[in-house]
Design a protein around this ligand. Structure first.
Ligand code: GAL
Length: 402
């Protein structure tokens, strides 16, 4: 036990302890709150618009959380392709479950290894998991995990990324990912105008093709950019093989920029990849507000690059929405109930199986200097002190970010 505990994250250890305490009745203090509608699990009729940054909707699920049995296991992919998994997904999923008075859950991160995720899933099932929330590294490994889980009676949620080839009755919780891509495309077009880039020579840098989302993002921004390429107002210099690994993105960009020194803008769906490109641009003394780049995830580095005039904006996906939606669906499934249609508001095509997967779609938004205060700061997604630092303080002051 002790040896296997060492392998899981500190967070997982804390959560496992909480789960054991709960199983022994040790956390009855927390779950016996006055608002509990015991036995009335289906009384809460949540919709996608119920969730807010104070997590208050989750407390309506206390009755539901008291029904059913078994652990809810969360499997996150990595810690390097985006700050989101450590900074947002893990803490917000934790908060969502805890606000529902539910302690029998465990959050693991596979650190970029599909076999680690497989091992974590098996450990969850051995510990009696009844629901798994899976954000796969790629569809193949995700489908193996999910189909094995379902064969053992475990319910499955695809979290953020669709697992192509997954079990028929899984539920997918995500943002509308084509819309994420369109938001990036529209943000880029606006930025090109406001930074007066007369003729954008664009390098399109996609995400990792093994991630189903990467294709959807690309569909979104390429759809917005196509008329500009077609009418000759923009030039698409290239669209090299995609990645979520920032160091690979930097090497790719350096090669492309050396081969095509006319590149003066980059469309990418990731703040960390943008950051790698921007570091390279800064080493070449490129000036602010001359070379539009884009991003996603409202990471601290992305927001700082926006303030410095090296990135136009970022897609902000309030992860507190996604975490609460996934935790709510998990509690419905664990209690043996069908989640309400006000929550499961969409379907997504699994193109591998040609099936429709019931889905929860949340809405992304574009954050730039003008609305940073009203969005990420207001929501508490980042602190002013995280983004208003020596290099960016003047821009923060000018934009009224405080
Ligand atoms: C996507 C995810 C993004 C970003 C990216 C790299 O699937 O939706 O938010 O994190 O992976 O990890």
């Amino acid at each position: 036990m002790r040896r296997s505990l060492k392998r899981v994250s500190v967070l997982s250890v804390a959560l496992m302890v909480a789960a054991v305490l709960a199983a022994c009745g040790g956390s009855s203090k927390k779950s016996s709150s006055a608002t509990t509608t015991s036995g009335g699990g289906s009384s809460a009729n949540l919709s996608v618009s119920s969730f807010t940054s104070d997590f208050s909707a989750m407390s309506q699920l206390k009755g539901l959380a008291g029904q059913g049995k078994g652990l809810v296991g969360v499997l996150l992919p990595d810690t390097t392709t985006s700050a989101r998994y450590v900074s947002f997904d893990a803490p917000y999923l934790t908060k969502a479950f805890q606000t529902a008075g539910f302690t029998q859950f465990k959050v693991d991160n596979a650190q970029g290894s599909a076999s680690t995720m497989q091992t974590q899933a098996e450990a969850d099932i051995t510990s009696g998991a009844s629901v798994l929330i899976v954000d796969p590294l790629d569809s193949g490994s995700g489908a193996a995990i999910e189909n094995n889980a379902v064969s053992k009676g475990v319910k499955v949620i695809d979290y953020d990324r669709l697992t192509k080839g997954g079990p028929a009755d899984r539920i997918y919780v995500s943002f509308d990912n084509v819309k994420v891509g369109q938001t990036i495309g529209n943000g880029f077009v606006d930025c090109v105008k406001s930074w007066n880039v007369a003729k954008p020579n664009v390098l399109v840098m996609d995400g990792d093709p093994t991630d189903n989302n990467a294709g959807l993002f690309s569909q979104g921004y390429n759809g917005v950019l196509k008329p500009h390429f077609d009418d000759g107002s923009y030039l698409k210099v290239g669209e090299p093989a995609g990645t979520w690994t920032p160091s690979v993105a930097q090497t790719t960009f350096a090669q492309q920029y050396t081969a095509h020194p006319n590149i003066n803008s980059v469309v990418t769906p990731n703040d960390d990849n943008a950051n790698a490109v921007i570091s390279y641009l800064q080493s070449k003394q490129i000036k602010p507000k001359t070379f539009p780049t884009t991003g996603q995830d409202a990471s601290k580095s992305g927001l700082q690059n926006i303030l410095k005039g090296f990135q136009c904006g970022t897609v902000y996906k309030p992860i507190y929405l996604e975490a609460q939606a996934a935790a709510a669906i998990a509690l419905y499934l664990r209690a043996g109930q069908t989640p309400p249609s006000s929550l499961v508001n969409a379907t997504t095509k699994d193109t591998q199986q040609n099936t429709d997967v019931k889905s929860v779609y949340l809405t992304p938004s574009w954050v730039n200097i003008d609305n940073m205060q009203q969005t990420v700061i207001k929501d508490g997604a980042v602190k002013v002190s995280d983004i208003c630092v020596a290099d960016t303080q003047a821009a923060c002051t000018a934009a009224g970010i405080k």
